[in-house]
Write a protein that binds this ligand. Sequence first.
Ligand code: FAD
Length: 532
Amino acid sequence: MYSTVLHSKMFSHTTRTNLIKRLQTEPFDLLVIGGGITGAGIALDAASRGLKTALVEKHDFAFGTSSRSTKLIHGGLRYLKQLEFGLVREVGSERAVVHQLAPHLVLPEKMLLPLYEKRGFGSILTSFGLKLYDWLAGVKPEDQRKMLTRKQTLKAEPLLQSSDIKGGAIYAEYRTDDARLTIEIVKTAFRNSAVPVNYCVVTNFNYEDQKITGATIRDDYNNTVFNIKAKTIVNAAGPWVDELRELDNSKKGKRLHLTKGVHIVVPKEKLPVRQAIYFDVGDGRMIFAIPRDRITYIGTTDTNYSDSKEEVRASKDDATYLVNAVNQTFSSKLTVSDIESSWAGLRPLIHEEGKSASELSRKDEIFESDSNLISIAGGKLTGYRKMAERVVDLVIEKYFEDRELKRCYTASIPLTNPGFSSYGEVEVFKRRFPARLVHTYGRATEQIVANASSMDLLLAELEHCMEHEMVVSASDFFIRRTGSLFFNIDRMENGIEPVLQAMKDRLGWSEDKVKTERQRLKDSIKLSGQFL
Ligand code: FAD
């Protein structure tokens, strides 16, 4: 049996039941709608400043865009081209902050940028652009960009097709796991007294004198409906932001413009790149190829989207576009049938008349309605902390000026407890434990490995996620807590039955519930390798 882990407060199925009771009975200062990175960041900021904060997520935490990004904590080199200096400065500088807050999960990653005779920018412009990028973000001298000759570029990545290469550059970014970063922020918000709950949908707003005073919530896990009272509500529902504005009858002026981005996953031997590469496709777009454990993932596309937000899928055209981009850049013969998995996400951007999908700004914006609903959309994973600060500053200024509340200090709240104080400490810890576990669970790895002496490692991971990460469905575990669907599909396929059995035993599931969960997992595997 799993022994209690001392390093963090329980955030389990049982905790969930208690938290639901609190949502039903206690009035809150702030209700945050949406358990993606934006909502999680806002809940942490607000709770740590002293606001009594609740967060509801209609599926699992990070179900939306926050588990379907390129998984980079990056400054957005491409936005320099659009002259978005303010955005690049903000998200660029945030990279080092987020790395410091979770050094086991936000890892330094050198990016190779090949330069071509006939596509992309010239060497002088690129050299200047990268210098500006480093300067805006305050990158440390030892990490600043290095320009490479043709020979050095091809040595760094022998898989590049050599004919058109004229040189390259190496510059600093960070990579992460977006869904894990989100759950760590949710857990940190919980440790700071927030009340975050998954599988709870806001179905209606409640009003007094035409001002919002709360919301009606449908708890899809327990099939119940209840009301929650909140002095203020922030709508951080990502691609669903406008749906909630419509529910509030306040969708006026600016509106969202959703664009779809697809990533494909191939076994490493099909595209054995040595390091992350950001390459020009020749049609004005740039694409990443990122090696990770036993796979390489490639993305992304950027196309207008107006279909179902609940089920976003990659099309054959998306897959073919990415496969062709790879084959024209590397000496590879990738085909669509080599793809073992994929994911597709929606960017919740703000519509700008006459602009194409790629031209739309990635900047965040806040909308306020007459009924006091505050909505936030746009932005990047990387900038979540600053977005949260802006929203909570506004909430406090408008509704809690009479209260003595702290200023934002999330830059000094580590995202794990106990955490690592530096990347060096992570490296030392990795000498004792497998890198995959350390990059996923941080210091909790120690307890998971100890428990794995009496049970299968997969089940020890599951136990940890059920006790400390509010996993209540097998998909939460395989897709968002471990990323197995994308990065280790064999482990997922082999683990389905033992995981379902363990969840059945722990959560008292009926045979019907097990059947539904099994089908859901099988559908996820099928759909991630199939194109519309
Ligand atoms: P979401 O993650 O979508 O969260 C909104 C949540 O609200 C959802 O989970 C949803 O279920 C919930 N919700 C909706 N309606 C309700 C309701 N009625 N009640 C309760 N809950 C509700 N940024 C980077 O910094 N780095 C990258 O590498 C990067 N790559 C990207 C690649 C792609 C393809 C895309 C699409 C985006 C990328 N981004 C990247 C941007 C980044 O991923 C997004 O800006 C960010 O994840 C948006 O988070 P969010 O919380 O606003 O939205």
